[in-house]
Design a protein around this ligand. Structure first.
Ligand code: NAD
Length: 359
């Protein structure tokens, strides 16, 4: 029996997770799959109920499951700059760290029917297919940080720290993944300035010796942010640190036109993982029926593929999304002049219908 831990979270999280659950239920019934799912609270809702963004019991349930399906966390209600106050996002960092989910995979593909939703020109983005592999449990998000206040001065610092093993495992994963794609890896760093980046680059070069079938290039992060807009088709797999990956993957996401379309997987050493849309909790459209559930549904497809080994079912979900978009159905975030405007639930139902027809 496979166990999925479902954490809907805040804002539009519960609304879009509901649409993904319809699809899980459908496959459980159709193929008689032995999958069970349980729910837990994470983020702001957990702060409201328990005073902390993630209870130990919920974390244990995540660790004991085969995969975690997350909606999104956060919202203005819980935003604070006060040191020591609980923050919804702390829960995400904790799950990633405690489940050793060291690799964040963000695929960015261009859906032909949506090509004009992007702010970039058609000829620049047509055919873009990029996978950003972001290191997730090291670097500046976990290094020592402090704010020091004295009579003479106030200062604050954060530390970018990488252990060799952390670089090695993410780089190997990037090369392995590139083997299943177009066999090209771009390693992004700031080795002209940062010592941690020099260790990163040296390690990439050494590991590359075991992957001589893969084309490798190194690029500074500032140049990468420019190249992604200038000529995104040059990239296949991008591998980079936690901080650079956070920023570049959002930039890469916008090439596709909408943040509401893009899924992500955070993977550990075994098959376990956490799957979530790349967007946040979108409190501005909560409860309006405007949320696009596609990123959540495609995150489920990734969960099926990577953690449950259900490749055919994953493919059916992805093909179903494509079909529905090709037929012109649009949630407001991706709507164009001739689009057929629908709401969150309608989009979920249409994808479910298309997936069930795609036997
Ligand atoms: P956001 O991604 O929530 O929203 C940015 C914009 O995109 C908004 O206009 C929103 O309406 C729109 N949008 C996002 N997802 C959409 C969808 N599925 N369909 C249609 N439109 C969509 O980013 P934000 O506004 O900067 O952050 C809101 C909250 O989410 C904050 O509290 C932030 O900390 C949190 N956040 C959480 C995560 C996470 O849970 N992994 C990630 C990023 C931000």
């Amino acid at each position: 029996m496979k166990k999925i831990m479902v954490l809907p979270g805040d804002g539009i999280g519960p609304e879009i997770v509901d649409e993904a659950l319809k699809i899980i239920d459908f496959f459980i019934e159709e193929s008689n799959l032995d999958i069970r799912y349980e729910f837990g609270d994470i983020g702001g809702i957990a702060i409201d109920k328990y005073g902390i963004p993630l209870k130990d019991e919920t974390l244990e349930m995540c660790k004991n499951s085969d995969a975690v399906l997350l909606g999104a966390v956060g919202g203005p209600k819980w935003e604070t700059t006060e040191p020591g106050k609980p923050r919804p996002e702390d829960a995400l960092l904790k799950v990633r760290k405690e489940m050793s989910l060291f690799a964040n995979l963000r695929p960015v593909r261009i859906y032909k029917p949506l090509i004009d939703s992007s702010t970039l020109k058609r000829e620049v983005i047509e055919g873009v297919d990029i996978l950003v592999v972001r290191e997730l449990t090291g670097g500046i998000y976990f290094g020592k940080r402090e704010r020091v206040v004295s009579n003479e001065d106030i200062f604050a610092y954060d530390t970018e720290l990488y252990h060799l093993y952390e670089i090695e495992r993410i780089v190997k994963l990037a090369f392995e993944t590139a083997r299943l794609r177009r066999k090209k890896v771009t390693s992004v760093d700031k080795a002209n300035i940062l010592e941690s980046s020099r260790l990163w680059r040296e390690t990439v070069m050494r590991i590359h010796k075991d992957y001589s079938d893969i084309e490798l290039n190194h690029m500074y992060v500032d140049n990468t942010s420019m190249q992604l807009i200038r000529n995104p088709k040059q990239f296949d797999v991008i591998v980079t640190s936690n901080l650079f990956g956070d920023i570049l993957s959002d930039e890469t996401a916008m090439i596709s036109g909408s943040i509401g379309l893009l899924p992500s997987a955070s993977l550990g050493e075994n098959n376990s993982g956490m799957y979530e849309p790349i967007h946040g909790s979108a409190p501005d459209i909560q409860g309006t029926g405007k949320a696009n559930p596609i990123a959540q549904i495609l995150s489920l497809a990734m969960l099926f593929r990577y953690s449950l080994g259900l490749k055919r079912e994953a493919g059916r979900i992805e093909a179903a999304v494509n079909q529905v978009l090709e037929k012109g159905y649009r949630t407001p975030d991706i709507n164009t002049e001739n689009g057929k405007l629908i709401n969150t639930k309608e989009m979920g139902n249409l994808i479910l219908e298309a997936a069930s027809d795609l036997k």
